[in-house]
Ligand binder design. Sequence first.
Ligand code: FES
Length: 100
Amino acid sequence: MSTRVRFEPSGFETEIQAPVDLIDVTDEHPDADVPYSCRSASCGTCRVEVVSGGEALAPPDEDEVDVLEIFGDEGPVRLCCQLKLAKDTDKLELRVVDPY
Ligand code: FES
């Protein structure tokens, strides 16, 4: 089994297999167009809204929760640099919160 992952607003899609870190997926596929800066749960640049498939993601650790609280986004927002797909699901869709 594998998971179809889609990134917005780039519209890039690919197949991935759990367990996998999303940062490795986006490093391999720059067309996904997720912005990073610190890559270690402190700047919030890589915030993505989890549009679908969130149940297949590993829960956020304390550092990630702290950063997300600072930004206070509405909805299910996560740090893409910390995201791990823990199990496969039909579809995972992530939307970059601040694309530019
Ligand atoms: S790149 Fe800084 S929090 Fe993810």
